[in-house]
Design a protein around this ligand. Structure first.
Ligand SMILES: C[S@@+](CC[C@H](N)C(=O)[O-])C[C@H]1O[C@@H](n2cnc3c(N)ncnc32)[C@H](O)[C@@H]1O
Length: 300
């Protein structure tokens, strides 16, 4: 199966260089406010797509268990070092376009700062839809092409692409901004209902960030976030969407029964200690350092 290219964070110091030393305390706190407003109070099994180094994971307090999924093993290793080796966290290295889970497994999912790396966003969203139960909640953050800065630059003739058209814009290799109407259309096509929209990072302006403390800016951002229900012109948008129905099916008791082969879709996989064997296609998937690795099959 051919899948779109992946923006690979393997070996990246993204968490330190972008977040901890990159002057992004304001954005981080503003996202925390948005997540608090959108997350359900309780849940059983959450899938965090593009979890990175687990920056947001401690915020998912209502969920009993969390699967941190990322393409980068080193991001997951960093997450594991930060969050610890608790049975509450399950670490999975895999491609979002080929999720290694059985259908209808999760009652919640989040995808923060990750859709913007998807060259085929509807295809990625369809995978998320597949692994969610009826009634599941999906919190999606996306980078908004219809943001004020892009609109001004376009009107002043400093930017060639139109922020008003629906197609995604690739502003840098494998980095995409999306139009809110396109996101709405894709979610509706997958039968998600949008319950809440918050606009985030309204005050992402160098001058403001230098002049005002991050906590104050985040508090002001919190006041502006609900305006997202009417108009989305901030650089980042958070959406809470839900699938119809309620789930009656019981989740497998055994963690290994959560998985299916990302290549052929067969399951369950056979536990071989250091590897999981797909009896459908014969591929073996490694398990090392507490990470289930579905990136490439082992060579046997
Ligand atoms: C910008 S980081 C965001 C990390 C985290 N969500 C956060 O907000 O701190 C994007 C993450 O998405 C992951 N990613 C990108 N493409 C992916 C794919 N196709 N499958 C799985 N993970 C992917 C990257 O490895 C990276 O860790």
């Amino acid at each position: 199966m051919t899948t779109p290219p992946v923006c690979d964070y393997e070996g990246s110091d993204y968490q330190t260089s972008f977040w901890e030393q990159g002057g992004r305390q304001y954005e981080d706190r503003a996202e925390a406010i948005a997540l608090k407003r959108l997350l359900p109070a309780r849940g059983e099994l959450l899938l965090e797509l593009g979890a990175g180094a687990g920056r947001n994971t401690p915020r998912y307090t209502g969920y009993e268990r969390i699967v941190l999924l990322d393409y980068s093993r080193t991001q997951l290793q960093q997450a594991r070092a930060r969050l610890g080796n608790s049975p509450r966290f399950i670490y999975v290295a895999a491609d979002i376009y080929k999720l290694p889970f059985i259908d209808g497994l999760f009652d919640g999912a989040t995808m923060i700062r990750t859709l913007h790396h998807m060259a085929e966003a509807p295809r990625a969203l369809a995978q998320v839809r597949r692994v969610l139960q009826p009634g599941a909640v999906f919190i999606l953050e996306y980078a908004n092409k219809l943001n004020l800065k892009a609109i001004l630059r376009y009107w002043l003739g400093k930017q060639s692409w139109s922020p008003f058209s629906r197609e995604p814009v690739e502003f840098e290799k494998l980095n995409f901004d999306f139009h809110p109407a396109a996101i709405r259309e894709w979610l509706a096509a997958l039968s998600f209902t949008i319950q809440k929209v918050l606009t985030v990072s309204h005050l992402r302006v160098g001058l403001l960030k230098r002049a005002l403390p991050a906590g104050l800016l985040a508090g002001l951002d919190g006041l502006l976030q609900p305006t997202g229900a009417l108009l989305q012109v901030s650089p980042s948008v958070f959406v809470r969407a839900q699938l119809p129905g309620t789930s009656a099916a019981a989740r497998p008791a055994n963690l290994l029964d959560f998985f299916r082969c990302p290549e052929c879709g067969a399951g369950p996989l056979q536990d071989q200690g250091e590897a999981l064997l797909c009896t459908g296609c014969g591929k073996k998937w490694g398990v090392h350092d507490g990470i289930y690795d579905f990136r490439e099959a082992l060579i046997v």
